[in-house]
Design a protein around this ligand. Structure first.
Ligand SMILES: Nc1nc2c(ncn2[C@@H]2O[C@H](COP(=O)(O)OP(=O)(O)OP(=O)(O)O)[C@@H](O)[C@H]2O)c(=O)[nH]1
Length: 306
């Protein structure tokens, strides 16, 4: 290796002096083994962002390669968990002595989970988009975990309007004299009987929770399970006809506006005692070309804003 290579990060003057909040790299390709409670360690293909602050006003720049190599160690020699992320953040800061006292790592990846069908006993893969952001500031680490849960929402207004049409069709078809249980039963099984169906839409709950420095284990599976159990109509993986029928029943029994979904999720996050949370519910409307959206936060002073 040539020994006299110029190192302008150390020697060149800054074009203009000043502190910077974050400097680093984005879109780093980084496969790693992710560890989370109740999950066998799983290899994921992440995109990473790695940052330190630059508080030395006249320093030309940070040492990108030192951040990159600390991340590479996470990818090749370790598994990703709160302890190893804390080590990487520590390396970010110690390798930038005099330049930086804050560090941040963000991972974006898809987490594949085995999901059971509703009734048939089958199973299939479903991928959940995850963003994990870890920050050290004033020697304190915090983690932010964002998951997206996809589900189906059936419009309660549309359901009521459809029921009214069914009642009207019933009145037209039957009167007191002609009413027979057999005829009504048969008629209910026709499209003339169930003359209208409510619209439903693919919907996504974006949920971000804050985990403090005491977090010694990520628990993504439990968070996803809790959200899906509350929404009751998560998008399915393996589906046989009996599962599809159960999905139809669950949709019919869990009609929801975006406000309903947001309040349900807010209640479970309150219950789970996260130090802070942010949620956005998106109903990608099939009635409209626009979406229905609801947002809520815990409301902690200095915390997430809606
Ligand atoms: N700071 C900084 N570096 C950049 C930027 N764009 C590319 N780089 C490159 O990032 C590379 C790595 O920089 P360093 O970490 O200082 O590399 P190095 O000097 O070999 O490593 P050390 O000996 O540990 O300092 C350099 O080749 C820079 O040119 C930028 O916008 N800012």
């Amino acid at each position: 290796m040539q020994t006299n290579m110029p190192d302008i990060a150390d020697t060149a003057p800054a074009l203009q002096t000043g502190k910077l909040d974050w400097v680093g790299m984005g879109e780093i390709e980084l496969p790693f083994i992710f560890e989370s409670k109740d999950l066998a360690p799983v290899t994921v293909n992440a995109k990473a962002r790695a940052f330190v602050n630059l508080h030395k006003e006249d320093a030309k720049g940070i040492h990108m390669s030192r951040l990159f190599l600390a991340l590479d160690l996470l990818s090749t020699e370790q598994q990703v968990n709160p302890q190893t992320i804390a080590q990487a953040l520590d390396t970010f800061i110690t390798s930038h002595e005099g330049l930086s006292d804050k560090a941040q790592i963000e991972f974006k990846f898809e987490l594949p989970l085995r999901r059971k069908s509703l009734l048939s006993g089958k199973a299939g893969w479903k991928s959940y988009p995850i963003t994990l952001t870890s920050t050290i500031e004033n020697n304190v680490i915090s983690y932010e975990l964002t998951v997206d849960v996809t589900y189906s929402s059936t419009c309660p207004c549309s359901a009521a309007l459809a029921r009214q049409l069914i009642q009207n069709a019933f009145n037209e078809k039957f009167n007191q004299e002609t009413l027979s249980q057999k005829d009504v039963h048969e008629w209910l099984g026709t499209t003339q009987g169930i003359v209208a169906t409510p619209h439903s839409q693919r919907s996504i709950a974006n949920v971000k929770v804050k985990l403090d420095s005491s977090c010694d284990e990520f628990d993504v599976v439990n968070l996803i399970n809790t959200l899906e159990a509350e929404l009751k109509t998560p998008v399915q993986a393996a589906v046989k006809r009996e599962d599809e029928q159960e999905f139809a029943r669950l949709n019919g029994q869990n009609l929801m506006f975006c406000e309903d979904a947001a309040r349900k999720i807010k209640a479970v996050l309150e219950n789970d005692n996260f130090s802070d949370y942010w949620l956005q519910i998106n109903h990608y409307e099939s009635l409209h070309a626009h979406d229905a959206v609801a947002i809520a936060v815990k409301g902690v002073s200095g915390g997430y804003k809606a």
